[in-house]
Write a protein that binds this ligand. Structure first.
Ligand SMILES: *[C@@H]1O[C@H](CO)[C@@H](O)[C@H](O)[C@H]1NC(C)=O
Ligand SMILES: *[C@@H]1O[C@H](CO)[C@@H](O)[C@H](O)[C@H]1NC(C)=O
Ligand SMILES: *[C@@H]1O[C@H](CO)[C@@H](O)[C@H](O)[C@H]1NC(C)=O
Ligand SMILES: *[C@@H]1O[C@H](CO)[C@@H](O)[C@H](O)[C@H]1NC(C)=O
Ligand SMILES: *[C@@H]1O[C@H](CO)[C@@H](O)[C@H](O)[C@H]1NC(C)=O
Ligand SMILES: *[C@@H]1O[C@H](CO)[C@@H](O)[C@H](O)[C@H]1NC(C)=O
Ligand SMILES: *[C@@H]1O[C@H](CO)[C@@H](O)[C@H](O)[C@H]1NC(C)=O
Ligand SMILES: *[C@@H]1O[C@H](CO)[C@@H](O)[C@H](O)[C@H]1NC(C)=O
Ligand SMILES: *[C@@H]1O[C@H](CO)[C@@H](O)[C@H](O)[C@H]1NC(C)=O
Ligand SMILES: *[C@@H]1O[C@H](CO)[C@@H](O)[C@H](O)[C@H]1NC(C)=O
Ligand SMILES: *[C@@H]1O[C@H](CO)[C@@H](O)[C@H](O)[C@H]1NC(C)=O
Ligand SMILES: *[C@@H]1O[C@H](CO)[C@@H](O)[C@H](O)[C@H]1NC(C)=O
Length: 734
């Protein structure tokens, strides 16, 4: 082929050039090829490659002119001038706008022209984070025999990984993570130089029975990443270990359900071990202590049982120990508290017992994150810490839940000036929060002291960072409702003793609220108009207070509302028509107020699932439109009002309705026979049907509001109550 002889000539010239004067070199090169720094045939190959690619943001604008070694992303050997490096990574991919649009705007797409094969000396090829639209990974990449580094991560290649990749026997780094690919791994064993292998997200289900012996053919492996690979078998035995120099092993997010295999503990160099999100069972063996080099041990979200082995104390380099969400129990061994390198300790979601004293933390001076406790209401772990303790650490993240930490508020927080998350939930504190805490110079993004016996007033002095959560649920806080800062998006103040009016400027002070729960307090006065500033509001719980007056007209300004619960107040007047503009509304819960007048048609609220207007003074007819527009309705209660007229036949068209309560009204006429045909009411209609299952999920979402009162097994309840009306008609199911 023509180009090879041309490039041989050129190489000769360049090799000789070392003996010539600069002037002669220039002359020589020019006369040979009209080309200063790059080999023409390779330059042409790049141009062909460019032609095949789509390049919406013109990242290849520098690919013009003669010296292709100067083109962006191109690297040449500085003696032979052959191209040896092609870095076409999309570096604009890390969420400029979070929705991937920016990523896409800078991504190459189209096709990889086989002209790439002209670049025979290519050792480095990075196409990561581009978007080849799920197209087949070209098999000719396997012919780039000199490749040492190949990165196709997140490049959206799809289909089956071509076996030709097995020809890349010099490859040191192979990253094919996060592409929608699958493979049987047959080609892998040939890559015996491989130091780094990342197949995150590649479907290896085909190889699940032999992936380990295959990977074990790679003696030089230092890092192995196989998370999200749909592997279900983690063999318990391995005759001998080839990858003895493995530093990083990430097998998280697979489907392993065996015990932890003994051979793992022979890889004594291991730096990091990640087995999170599998379903591994059994005890953690004592041999864990052999992994003396471990810095990161991530075992969360499995089904490990028993206690932590004492040998954990041998892992003296351990910085992160994640054991959350397992079935571990017992006393935490003393040896754990000697791990002075620990930065993050997460043993949450297990049932530990025994006391934890300040001496336990004496050596943990580097600790930044700690997460202890569980989400059951039962308390088995007791903190026994004196009020004058000064901790050796400065925490950023403190998460203690369902432990006995009180009854006093922990004074040792006084020295914790770097906290960003504070969770002391259900920790049996019966105390006021001291002034010094509210005045700490902190910028928090999470404050959760729910389910204690905390009392006193709540000042607005703490600072919060963008998108923060404050949860003071179920305490004895009193005085005016605190407003905190504009950065709060989730605010839970339910079940306290807050009194006085809802501050009139609530909407101005916290315009970014998504979730507001101030139910079960002693708030009085009317609903402030500034609710209309809460344009992001999705959940609004103001039930069980002493609120009065009419509902103001701000509903057009809060279009995202899912749930509105204003029950058990003294609100009066009619329901504003604009409430019917809420197209995403799922629950509208207004019982036990003094509302009157006719009910507007909620024809735009097509997703409404619960409509409860019971125990009010509503009058007029029951609108047939309910039966037409709300095809997801599951609970409809108009009980104890003054509705008149007949029951519209259209109600029978509601396919998932299973609680219908129209009792205690002035309804007349015949009971429509078709009520008995309501599909939701039929006994063979179980909650496993998809619609009803969705309803169960919704109940969980709202478990902090009134819907709890409805009870979480409500999806199993079928009932029709039409009693105490002037209705006539026979047996429904006759
Ligand atoms: C040639 O490349 C080598 C290694 O890539 C580098 O260390 C050296 O500085 C380069 N020489 C010149 C003249 O650029
Ligand atoms: C491959 O590319 C991705 C995304 O650009 C990057 O995060 C990753 O570190 C690269 N892999 C290797 C081994 O360099
Ligand atoms: C590359 O791999 C394929 C498939 O594994 C094989 O058929 C072919 O002979 C190999 N080519 C070279 C040059 O080794
Ligand atoms: C170890 O690796 C070498 C080279 O890949 C291979 O020949 C050998 O079979 C491997 N040993 C095991 C037990 O897999
Ligand atoms: C692990 O180490 C033990 C003792 O050091 C040895 O008996 C065993 O053969 C090793 N297992 C493997 C798979 O290398
Ligand atoms: C583990 O999963 C496999 C299927 O992937 C199943 O056959 C086996 O019963 C499971 N074992 C246990 C202990 O759950
Ligand atoms: C995990 O395994 C346990 C038994 O070991 C089993 O009860 C549980 O259902 C499994 N969980 C999942 C998600 O497979
Ligand atoms: C842990 O260290 C102790 C003392 O150094 C040693 O006796 C013991 O064998 C080690 N255990 C393990 C499992 O490494
Ligand atoms: C902790 O707080 C006390 C009292 O505020 C102070 O005297 C002491 O210097 C602080 N210690 C540290 C380590 O910050
Ligand atoms: C809101 O948060 C940002 C950063 O998260 C911070 O810079 C700003 O000062 C905060 N605003 C308030 C009012 O606390
Ligand atoms: C509210 O959120 C938007 C983004 O949704 C942000 O741009 C704005 O700065 C936030 N406002 C306040 C006062 O935090
Ligand atoms: C319902 O939607 C229609 C069409 O978008 C709109 O014209 C009408 O005003 C809406 N009704 C209410 C009560 O918001």
């Amino acid at each position: 082929m023509g180009y090879s002889s041309a490039s041989i000539q050129l190489v000769l010239l360049i090799t000789l050039s070392g003996m010539l004067s600069p002037k002669t070199i220039q002359l020589g090169l020019c006369s040979a090829d009209h080309n200063v720094g790059c080999i023409d045939i390779e330059r042409k190959a790049l141009l062909k490659l460019k032609q095949g690619l789509t390049d919406p943001s013109n990242r290849l604008s520098s690919w013009v002119g003669e010296d292709c070694c100067k083109w962006s992303g191109v690297g040449c050997n500085n003696i032979t001038r052959h191209i040896n490096r092609l870095d076409l990574r999309n570096r604009y991919s890390n969420g400029l706008d979070g929705d991937g649009a920016a990523e896409h705007a800078f991504a190459f797409g189209g096709e990889i022209n086989p002209s790439l094969l002209v670049l025979k000396d290519l050792v480095y090829l990075d196409l990561s984070m581009n978007d080849f639209g799920g197209g087949q990974l070209p098999s000719f990449i396997g012919s780039l025999e000199k490749l040492k580094y190949l990165n196709l991560s997140g490049a959206s290649f799809g289909g089956i990984i071509p076996h030709n990749l097995g020809n890349l026997s010099r490859l040191l780094y192979l990253d094919i993570s996060n592409d929608p690919l699958e493979t049987d791994l047959q080609w892998l064993a040939m890559l015996f130089s491989l130091k780094y292998l990342n197949l995150e997200g590649v479907n290896l289900a085909m190889a699940t029975s032999y992936w380990l012996p295959t990977v074990n053919m790679l003696p030089s492996l230092v890092e192995l990443h196989l998370p999200f690979c749909r592997l279900s078998i983690l063999p318990l035995t391995l005759p001998s270990i080839n990858f003895t120099s493995l530093f990083v092993l990430d097998l998280s997010n697979n489907d392993f359900n065996s015990t932890i295999p003994p051979w793992l503990f022979n890889i004594t160099e291991l730096e990091m071990l990640d087995l999170t999100v599998n379903n591994l069972t059994g005890k953690l063996p004592d041999s864990l202590g052999y992994l003396k080099s471990l810095r990161y041990l991530h075992l969360s979200d499995n089904s490990f049982q028993g206690s932590i082995p004492k040998s954990i104390g041998n892992l003296t380099s351990l910085e992160e120990f994640y054991l959350g969400w397992n079935r571990m129990s017992g006393i935490i061994p003393e040896s754990l508290w000697g791990l002075s390198s620990l930065v993050s300790l997460d043993i949450y979601g297990n049932t530990w017992e025994g006391p934890i004293t300040e001496s336990h933390f004496a050596k943990l001076g580097r600790l930044r994150k700690v997460s202890i406790g569980n989400n059951s209401p039962n308390i088995s772990l007791v903190f026994n810490i004196s009020s004058d303790w000064i901790p050796p650490f400065k925490l950023r993240f403190l998460y203690i839940r369902s432990c006995q930490l009180g009854p006093k508020f922990p004074t040792w927080l006084r020295n914790q000036t770097e906290l960003t998350k504070v969770v002391l939930r259900n920790v049996r504190i019966s105390d006021t929060i001291p002034d010094w805490f509210w005045q700490l110079d902190l910028q928090l993004d999470l404050l959760d002291v729910a389910y204690n016996q905390l009392s006193g007033r709540v000042p607005n002095s703490l600072r919060f960072s963008y998108s923060s959560t404050v949860d003071l649920t179920s305490n004895r806080f009193e005085g005016p409702l605190p407003l905190f800062s504009s950065n709060i998006t989730w605010l839970y103040l339910r079940d306290n003793l807050f009194s006085g009016p809802i501050p009139h400027n609530i909407g101005q002070v916290m315009p970014n609220l998504t979730y507001l729960d101030i139910s079960r307090n002693s708030l009085s006065g009317s609903i402030p108009l500034s609710f209309g500033n809460l344009s992001q509001l999705e959940f609004m719980f103001i039930s069980n207070n002493h609120l009065s007056g009419e509902i103001p007209h701000f509903w057009n300004n809060v279009p995202l509302l899912f749930i509105v619960d204003m029950s058990d107040n003294s609100l009066s007047g009619t329901i504003p028509r604009s409430l019917g503009s809420l197209t995403f509304l799922l629950f509208l819960i207004l019982p036990s107020n003094n509302f009157s007048g006719e009910v507007p048609s909620f024809t735009n609220c097509t997703f409404l699932t619960i409509l409860d207007l019971g125990d009010n003074k509503f009058s007029g007819p029951i609108l047939a439109s309910i039966g037409e527009s709300m095809s997801f309705l599951q609970i409809l209660s108009f009980r104890s009002n003054s509705f008149t007229g007949s029951i519209p036949l259209k109600l029978c068209g509601l396919p998932t309705l299973h609680i219908l309560d129209l009792s205690h009204n002035n309804l007349s006429g015949n009971i429509p026979h078709c009520i008995g045909n309501l599909r939701g009411l039929k006994s063979d209609y179980t909650y496993e049907d998809t619609e009803a299952y969705g309803y169960q999920g919704t109940l969980e979402v709202v478990s902090k509001g009134r819907v709890l009162v409805y009870d979480s097994i409500l999806y199993l309840v079928n009932s029709v109550d039409l009693s105490n009306n002037n209705l006539s008609g026979g047996c429904l199911w006759g």
